[in-house]
Design a protein around this ligand. Structure first.
Ligand SMILES: [Zn+2]
Length: 307
């Protein structure tokens, strides 16, 4: 017996350490626990969140982007793209967020891989700045009501692919929808005591959120956080903040805070975090942080800034 036990133990150790070191999606597949399960690839965090909340352990869900990476500028490796071709479902936000998606989808066998553009059916708004590529603001998921619609598209696709678990998926969707509805009500309730309604954000990620909750977004950068604001734009924002008596400037995790900090200094104000839920770091993943908890943290900071 011992002759068998030792090698199995070693294989387990090697498997786990390989999974720990390699951040590529490759290390997360070929796990025996997942035999026979739907294999779902998601493009970035909010898509992974809704797929996971609805499918739970009935599917193997692989988030293509590594933890802690900013998604606007990211593209999957050729290896990950090849693995995607073997999947049962590909869930992406669309609306111009994943600029690599179209050419990847072109090469998928649609009879094997169900393609779900989660933002399908949601009315898109235009980004403030024309950056010559796609004028749509892709940040639909930042509004909880929109994320609920995106989750419904994922639910429909799951039922189509796996009718046998329809009741399970529906029940999980209902729980998620309830949590998002509660979040929506809590934001609206808090909004009643807001005295201000202007949010100065690090990049233009809160357009749908602002629209939903009657806020006015002044973005320092456009819909893509790589764009640098011009000195004229910085001066304009500083002037506006002084006129409107704004004391808090928002920063976010994956975007350099230097411009927000400069403005905050100019107006003798402070910076606060407003997280557009583009992704989680590994520590945040481990701590159990999710879309809902991110949004409640945002709500606390909005209260501080606007009440
Ligand atoms: Zn963004």
């Amino acid at each position: 017996m011992k002759k068998i036990v030792v090698p199995v133990f070693l294989i387990l150790v090697l498997t786990f350490s390989a999974a720990g070191c390699n951040k590529d999606a490759a290390s997360k597949i070929n796990n025996n626990d997942n035999a026979g399960k739907l294999k779902i690839f998601t493009s970035f965090y909010p898509m992974h969140f809704i797929a996971k909340e609805i499918a739970k352990d009935k599917a193997e869900i692989i988030n293509m982007i590594p933890a802690g990476v900013e998604p606007h500028d990211w593209e999957p490796t050729l290896k990950t793209m090849a693995q995607l071709q073997e999947s049962d479902m590909f869930v992406y936000n669309g609306a111009g967020m994943e600029r690599w998606a179209d050419r990847v989808i072109e090469n998928l066998d649609k009879n094997k891989t169900k393609v779900v553009e989660a933002s399908d059916g949601i009315e898109l708004i235009r980004g403030e700045e024309d950056h010559g590529h796609d004028d749509n603001d892709p940040h639909v998921w930042v509004s909880p009501i929109n994320l609920k619609k995106e989750a419904l598209n994922v639910l429909d696709a799951l039922i189509e692919k796996d009718k046998g678990n329809e009741a399970f998926y529906k029940e999980n969707y209902e729980k998620l929808a309830e949590a998002l509805d509660k979040l929506d009500r809590d934001i609206k309730e808090a909004g009643k005591s807001f005295r201000g309604n202007i949010i100065v954000t690090s990049h233009e990620a809160f357009g749908y959120f602002a629209k939903e909750y009657n806020l006015e977004q002044i973005p320092i950068r456009g819909v893509s956080p790589q764009q640098e604001p011009s000195p004229a734009k910085m001066a304009e924002i500083v002037k506006l903040c002084k006129e409107k008596n704004i004391r808090y400037i928002f920063v976010e995790k994956f975007v350099n805070p230097k411009y927000s900090e400069t403005i905050a200094r100019e107006i003798k104000g402070e910076v606060l975090t407003l997280n557009a839920a583009h992704g989680l770091t590994e520590e945040e993943e481990k701590s159990g942080m999710d879309y809902i908890s991110i949004m409640y943290e945002n709500l606390e900071n909005l209260k501080k800034a606007l009440e």
